[in-house]
Write a protein that binds this ligand. Structure first.
Ligand SMILES: [Mg+2]
Length: 269
């Protein structure tokens, strides 16, 4: 089977993947993929059953699942407590290589001067939230979307003063991240290690930042699955939203469908 056929088979028949789980690895975004977006990052809701489902999924895949998120690994842990899954956090700038293991920082932490400059830009509105995450800083403007252009100008200037930083857009967020790091780089790094090495990666995500990981998954013999939302339009996406993505994960995992998160699959009509 060619990769396009595999891709559509995996989508329509998740059990196909379950039966060949030892050949594949899953890289999973959190916000907008596993969890519905919320007005602030703290306000996301983790539904009953999601933690169990992720545990089932890890077991089904022989351990070859990783979270790939813009959040810090600590934040990912808090959301999926008590699981401590393999995680690429803050766009690949921090990584937990093995389940329950320590977090490795791949890039230096944000300096006080950089943070001061970013806070000064964000002071244009109390509706802007600055979130420090290890090696990166996320500036959330979900409550004041009309300020995005001004915010982008200000943060671009901060990033351009240093040749080590880039400005990365996301869903109602602009992030200042060290150059050379991305979800794609994080995926490639994990794919060189056990239990991922020798498998084919599938990256599932909903946002601009996931595209680098989707491209990397394709380069490594796998593919990406897109979740519709504020970034991917429905006609370009593979899942209509978080609910459909979660139902697909639950089927791959073999989590019983009586589980509240694993609703019925939408029909074709
Ligand atoms: Mg996302």
């Amino acid at each position: 089977m060619d990769i396009d056929t595999i891709r559509s088979t995996v989508l329509t028949t998740p059990e196909w993947l379950t039966a060949r789980a030892h050949e594949w690895a899953l890289f999973i975004d959190i916000d907008g993929t596993l969890l519905e977006m919320a007005p602030t990052p703290d306000a996301v809701v983790v539904p009953a059953g999601l933690v169990q489902m992720m545990d089932d999924l890890a077991r089904t895949m022989g351990g070859a699942i990783a979270l790939s998120t813009g959040r810090s690994v600590t934040e990912a842990d808090r959301l999926l407590f008590p699981l401590k899954l393999i995680t690429s956090g803050v766009h690949g700038t921090e990584v937990r290589v093995e389940r329950g293991g320590e977090v490795t920082m791949m890039a230096p932490a944000v300096s006080v001067t950089l943070l001061d400059e970013i806070v000064a830009v964000a002071a244009m509105s109390p509706g802007i939230i600055v979130e420090v995450k290890g090696a990166g800083v996320a500036v959330h403007y979900r409550k004041v979307p009309e300020l995005r252009p001004a915010l982008e100008v200000g943060l671009s200037k901060v990033a351009e003063r240093r040749d080590t930083l880039v400005l990365r857009p996301g869903r109602r967020v602009l992030e200042v991240i060290p150059k050379g790091y991305s979800k794609g780089a994080g995926l490639a790094w994990l794919m060189r290690r056990q239990p991922f090495e020798g498998r084919r990666p599938i990256m599932i995500g909903d946002d601009y930042g996931d595209e680098s990981a989707i491209r990397m998954a394709e380069q490594l013999g796998g593919f990406g699955l897109k979740v519709a939302g504020e970034y991917f339009p429905a006609d370009e996406a593979d899942f209509s939203g978080v609910a459909e993505a979660r139902a697909w994960f639950a089927t791959v995992a073999g989590t019983p469908t009586s589980n509240p998160i694993a609703g019925p699959f939408p029909s074709d009509d």
